[in-house]
Ligand binder design. Structure first.
Ligand SMILES: CC(C)(COP(=O)(O)OP(=O)(O)OC[C@H]1O[C@@H](n2cnc3c(N)ncnc32)[C@H](O)[C@@H]1OP(=O)(O)O)[C@@H](O)C(=O)NCCC(=O)NCCS
Length: 345
């Protein structure tokens, strides 16, 4: 296990945060709930029928795990009322009708969608963080949070980042051995304001989860105006504007751009192309112009560079929600429970 993950687990175990796992039907999730409770990484809440969970997981020791069955829980009506109120006036894109006609419709909805049920537990203050996605798509995992939890103060965009852990504890471009890449998984073609939000949230993830002091580079194929793509995507002015907006919103953050990747990480290139910049040549948080660049970039570091990619870690929610990969292992779920607990602090 990487040192970064060990630190995350150690810190999570000091917090006793209540983390809700809505996918009681998934064996990996049940095993992770049992193990996380045993390691005291969080106060784990599992959603589902206790009889079903025990029948399907006869070897799981659920000591310390709270199992809540939405069908019988006496708070279900309260959650339905919260959902109805939160989504009043919202129209379902597919049907053109109101999302929920009344509280009874909202109740029927949450009894079919336990991720929404878990999001309402967060909203009601009955849980501190949510981990789902072992058997649901990213969109179905994030949508309840986007609809009812919304964003953290000062942030309008939910985004994601990867904590990238270098092999051999680092190299000459990354002496601490840890970097943050964003957004590689959620926002497809973010505008300047969204990129500024992604940068600010990623700096927070760098501090809270990666345990590093962020130095944020806004990436491009251009350094300080050396190139332009005015005829095509206008991504250079977008990153310049995002840099300006992020600096304005977070004046204490060490952040600069736009930079080519080498100007961001190599001191000799940084000095030449961006003289006087506090970030050029020693960045450790990297903000990509869109999901294509971010997703391709983190996979190059992972496959060619041997980096371990921890994530995607969701950021920017008012209360933490994380999306698992459907190919996740029990160990992955345990790690995400610990990460979510740290975000809840
Ligand atoms: C995140 C995602 C799932 C949202 O999709 P969606 O549910 O169809 O989004 P919608 O446009 O219907 O928006 C639903 C609500 O969420 C809000 N929202 C959507 N994306 C948001 C974001 N990034 N930040 C904050 N709010 C967001 C909308 O404003 C809307 O709010 P409202 O209903 O209260 O008005 C979508 O952007 C997505 O699929 N991204 C790519 C994910 C992916 O495929 N990743 C691959 C991983 S490698």
């Amino acid at each position: 296990m990487s040192q970064v993950l060990q630190n995350i687990k150690k810190q999570a175990s000091l917090l006793s945060k209540r983390i809700v796992l809505p996918e009681g039907e998934d064996k990996r999730v049940v095993a992770a709930a049992a193990q996380a409770a045993k390691e005291k990484l969080a106060s784990v809440i599992l959603l589902g029928s206790i009889a079903e969970i025990e029948k399907n997981n006869p070897d799981a020791d659920l000591t310390g795990v709270t199992v809540i069955d939405p069908v019988t829980n006496d708070k279900t009506d309260e959650y339905a009322a919260i959902l109805f109120e939160a989504r009043k006036g919202k129209i379902n894109k597919k049907t053109g009708l109101p999302e929920y006609a009344d509280i009874a419709a909202a109740k029927a909805g949450i009894l079919k969608d336990y991720t929404m049920y878990a999001a309402l537990m967060l909203k009601a203050g009955d849980a501190d963080g949510l981990v789902s996605g072992a058997c649901h798509s990213t969109a179905n995992t994030l949508r309840p949070g986007l609809q009812v939890i919304k964003t953290a103060p000062g942030i309008k965009t939910v985004s994601s980042s990867f904590v990238m852990i270098a092999p051999d504890c680092g190299n000459k471009y990354l002496p601490d051995g840890v970097a943050v890449f964003a957004d590689c998984a959620i926002n497809i073609e973010p505008d300047a304001q969204q990129i500024a939000d992604i940068a600010i949230s990623s700096a927070e993830t760098a501090k809270t989860i990666a345990g590093i002091e962020p130095r944020v580079a806004m990436l491009s194929f251009s350094t300080k105006g050396s190139g332009n793509d005015d005829k095509y995507f206008k991504s250079v002015p977008k990153m310049q504007e995002a840099t300006r907006l992020a600096k304005e919103a977070a004046p204490d953050l060490i952040l600069d751009g736009e930079f080519q990747f080498d100007a961001a990480v190599a001191p000799e290139v940084g000095k030449l192309k961006a003289p006087g910049s506090t970030v050029a040549g020693n960045a450790n948080v990297f903000i990509f112009p869109n999901i294509n660049a971010g997703n391709i970039g983190y996979k190059i570091a992972q496959r060619f560079g041997g980096f371990l990619a921890l994530g995607p870690i969701c950021q920017g929610f008012a209360k933490p929600i994380n999306d698992l990969s459907r190919g996740c292992s029990t160990e992955d779920v345990i790690a995400v429970i610990a990460i979510t607990a740290l975000q809840a602090k």
